[in-house]
Design a protein around this ligand. Structure first.
Ligand code: GLN
Length: 593
């Protein structure tokens, strides 16, 4: 199995995943043709009161456009409105499943099983609700739909072109997402920065939306204002150029969110206002802040939600209620006590830099559970390869309050992870295994406790004599029927919890739903032997065939638990994940002893 791109070879048709199959037999019409009026009237009925906000980047990427978009979702929903946030990735990848996490960050899986960009994770976390597959699009997805439709004669013999056909597919997707989420406002983040060749069609599609829904569309440019060291002065000119570039598409921003290391002063606010033709109060200062959770609060200081609603001609339904959020954000600053968590993994180093984005949701999940217990987590990255080269090095884990082995693919550092897990088990250090971390916890237990010496996962050793973790043939069959074209178990699956276990106690309910992204499973033919040796499968699929949670009884170990799913994908600031909370609790107890 290859490690690059995580060996995701599904060839998934995105629409199959999205449950929105291409209706290629339907005649396709562009917005310029005779049925424009009828089609427009249809959409209008739904769209009569629907509002759209497009977020476009200026000057450079990586300045927090995703967090600004998430924050818009937060402050608008704090006004009692239903908001859906939509992300556009201009890549040609059909979904994010094939992207390498060290280059692109984490792959975030939705309930539907769609593999998306990590920004979708931020959106769900800030909104405190699930988003649908319609809320994500890549150029690959859009082009695939158009090309499939063309192959099925959906364009009635016409020459198929970027404009109008591809652009109109994008317009349709905006409106479909709005309808599917049944929201009041759809906020769309267009990836990249204005002027990027690959996002031009999206900006044009947004322009068409403005044409179609004149008073219901607002454009926000999130731009960067550098303060060059040698000058020591904040420069507005790059942003002026970015606005000019946006104007060349026929789009005028209604708001400018000015990202910088410093707050914007009145002089520069006025300058941007005059040169970019934006109301002075619509130029919003967004300096660097300590924590991303402060961003919605900061934006609200300039009354951004009120100004946006006014620009959209919406009645202000109620005052912003951010009380719960404020309390949570304050925790990020206030916690006195700390808890030291080590993450043993491999997707950390890229060149000379450490990229923790590959595990963004894990970090966030730890934070939420820690903050709610009034402690600050100190997270350290531990390279599994080190414990492979020198197994005695695992003794350094004694210096941690808790250890996590997160999800992963392939061979790198695998025996190092198993060494680390063994050390945690034998020394009663709280251990939490996520997906691969659960599979390897099972392998370790099989090898060293259940006496199944050759135990391994067939991901690494195809011909192992004891395939404790393997791809189940019936799973492959099921996946194929689902038309996912491959063998990954993706998205939300139900799980039944066993009475009297740590998991059951933590969740406080009998059955749960959690998100998956893996191929391999615990081999059912080893379950009896493992259970006989003391391992408890506290969560299973309702038919008891798939092992979803493994744990050790509390009298044997304070917290040794692994999940086949990814609980981190459902952890939210205002509703921390129960298993992470139980893990942090156990880690704090160790710290106390
Ligand atoms: N590599 C393992 C599998 O495919 C685990 C995947 C994961 O950790 N997400 O089953």
């Amino acid at each position: 199995m290859t490690e690059a791109g995580q060996g995701n070879v599904r060839g998934v048709t995105s629409d199959a995943v999205q449950g929105a199959p291409t209706k290629s037999s339907e005649p396709y019409k562009t917005y310029g043709e005779e049925d424009f009026v009828q089609r427009n009237a249809e959409m209008r009925r739904f769209n009569a009161s629907h509002k759209y906000i497009f977020v476009v980047g200026g000057v450079m990427s990586g300045v927090g456009k995703g967090i600004v978009t998430s924050s818009l979702g937060k402050i608008l929903s704090a006004r009692g409105l239903k908001v859906n946030l939509m992300k556009i990735d201009p890549y040609l990848n059909v979904d994010a499943g094939t992207m390498n996490p060290t280059e692109h960050g984490e792959v975030f899986v939705l309930d539907s099983g769609l593999e998306t960009d990590q920004d979708m994770g931020n959106y769900e976390r800030f909104l405190n609700r699930d988003l649908g597959p319609e809320d994500y699009m890549t150029s690959g997805m859009v082009y695939k739909t158009v090309i499939d439709r063309e192959r099925n004669l959906g364009y009635g013999g016409k020459c198929v072109e970027a404009v109008p056909h591809v652009r109109d597919e994008i317009v349709d997707r905006f409106e479909r997402a709005a309808k599917a989420s049944d929201s009041d406002i759809t906020v769309v983040e267009i990836g990249g920065t204005v002027g990027d060749f690959q996002n031009a069609l999206y900006i044009d599609a947004a322009r068409v939306m403005h044409m179609r829904h004149r008073n219901d569309v607002v454009f926000i440019m999130v731009s960067y204002l550098p303060v060059p060291g040698a000058l020591g002065e904040m420069k507005t000119r790059p942003t002026q150029h970015a606005v000019t570039a946006l104007n060349s598409y026929g789009v005028q921003p209604d708001f400018i969110v000015a990202r910088s290391t410093h707050a914007l002063d009145q002089k520069r606010k006025d300058k941007l206002s005059v040169s970019c033709n934006v109301l002075p109060e619509h130029v919003i200062s967004a300096p660097d802040v300590k924590s991303v959770y402060d961003v919605p609060l900061n934006l609200e200081r300039d009354n951004l939600s009120g100004l946006i609603l006014k620009a959209l001609g919406m009645e202000t339904t109620q005052q912003t209620d951010l009380k719960e959020w404020e309390t949570f954000a304050a925790h990020a600053h206030n916690g006195q006590q700390t808890v030291k968590i080590g993450i043993v993994g491999k997707y950390f180093d890229t060149g000379d830099f450490v990229l923790s984005d590959a595990y963004l949701s894990v970090i966030e999940a730890i934070k939420y559970s820690a903050y709610h217990q009034d402690v600050k987590p100190e997270i350290e990255w531990l390279n599994a390869k080190d414990y492979e080269k020198d197994p005695t090095k695992v003794s350094e884990l004694a210096g941690y309050d808790g250890i996590i082995v997160p999800g992963g693919f392939g061979e790198t550092g695998i025996e190092g992870k198993i060494n680390a897990i063994q050390y945690c088990r034998e020394n009663k250090i709280p251990y939490f295994g996520l997906c691969y971390g659960m599979q390897l916890m099972t392998v370790e237990y099989a090898r060293h406790v259940a006496g199944i010496e050759g135990a391994h996962t067939t991901e690494i050793k195809v011909d192992t004599k004891d395939p404790v973790i393997m791809i189940l043939p019936e799973q492959i069959e099921k996946m194929a029927k689902k038309d996912y074209g491959g063998s990954m178990r993706l998205g939300a699956y139900p799980c039944a919890l066993k009475e009297g276990t740590i998991a059951r106690e933590a969740y406080g309910v009998e059955s749960i739903s959690e998100r998956h992204r893996h191929r391999y499973e615990v081999n059912p033919s080893y379950v009896a032997k493992l259970e006989g040796a003391g391992l408890v499968f506290s969560g299973t699929s309702p038919d008891k065939h798939l092992m979803e949670i493994a744990e050790l009884p509390r009298d044997k170990h304070p917290f040794m638990l692994g999940t086949q799913f990814h609980p981190e994908l459902k952890a939210r600031p205002l509703s921390p994940h129960p298993l992470f909370t139980a893990f942090i609790k156990a880690s704090l107890a160790r710290k106390g002893t």
